[in-house]
Design a binder for this molecule. Structure first.
Ligand SMILES: C[S@@+](CC[C@H](N)C(=O)[O-])C[C@H]1O[C@@H](n2cnc3c(N)ncnc32)[C@H](O)[C@@H]1O
Length: 231
């Protein structure tokens, strides 16, 4: 069976340890479950999807794959359809970092038996990393993937104590920085451009709350420039 994954999802599969039961939360098209089972990476995958349209697409994809014996698509919100002990690996990809943190935080009893988390957060990314380091996970590996001209972070986290991470590293990625990832300069330039745009948009308001946001964005911009100089 030939399944082409976009580079972003291919990079997610690189961080899925073989031989484990996986739950793919927000599975959408179910490309990931079908790939993981078809290539023998995972013996069993549960895909969870809350939106009716993607749910139907996922069910059809699994039915068409002939792998329905090993892949189950469940309707529901986040980790609610997963029972404690059912999955050893959780994948949450293509969702905002805040949504990922909220999903993980809502189901401590499911997380208790999970060994590995593979996250591919969309902006803002920092809340996903913050959740990991504050909830007994350590960031073991990170990648930056170029897919259709855009850069995507991919994170593998395992159980363990994390070093405290400052806001800059939560946003950029501690392992990407430590390993001086080849796309890091490009990634930092993109983050910097976002802060510059924010600063331009905020202007001088005279309102305390906006002025605080402006000061914080200015400070982050300086940190990003300093980090770029160290590379
Ligand atoms: C942009 S798609 C990403 C799909 C796939 N994971 C990927 O990376 O290509 C996000 C999917 O997550 C689903 N989703 C978002 N929040 C969810 C939640 N709390 N529970 C279940 N599914 C969710 C959305 O309905 C959507 O289908």
């Amino acid at each position: 069976m030939r399944i082409e994954l976009p580079a972003r999802l291919q990079a997610v599969t690189d961080y899925v340890p073989p031989g484990k039961t996986v739950a793919d939360i927000g599975t959408d098209h179910a490309l990931l479950p079908v790939y993981l089972v078809a290539w023998g990476v995972s013996p069993r995958v549960i895909g969870v999807e809350k939106a009716p349209g993607p749910l139907e697409v996922a069910r059809q994809a699994v039915a068409g794959s002939d792998l329905g014996e090993f892949i189950e698509i469940r309707a529901g919100d986040g980790l609610k359809p997963i029972s404690p002990g059912e999955a050893e690996v959780l994948v949450l990809a293509g969702m905002g970092g805040r949504n990922i943190a909220a999903i993980l935080g809502a189901a401590p009893e499911v997380l208790e038996t999970v060994e590995t988390l593979v996250l591919q957060p969309q902006e803002p990314v920092a809340p996903a990393r913050r959740w990991l380091v504050e909830n007994g996970f350590r960031i073991a590996a990170e990648n930056l993937v170029l897919d259709a001209g855009r850069l995507y972070p991919v994170i593998q986290a395992v159980r363990g104590r994390s070093e405290p991470l400052d806001e800059l590293l939560l946003e950029v990625g501690p392992v990407l920085v430590a390993g001086k990832h080849p796309f890091l300069r490009r990634y930092l330039a993109l983050i910097r451009a976002r802060y510059e745009k924010m600063l331009n948009g905020l202007g001088k308001s005279g309102r305390e709350e906006l002025d605080e946001r402006q000061a914080a964005a200015g400070a982050r911009l300086e940190q990003l420039e300093a980090l770029e100089k160290c590379l």
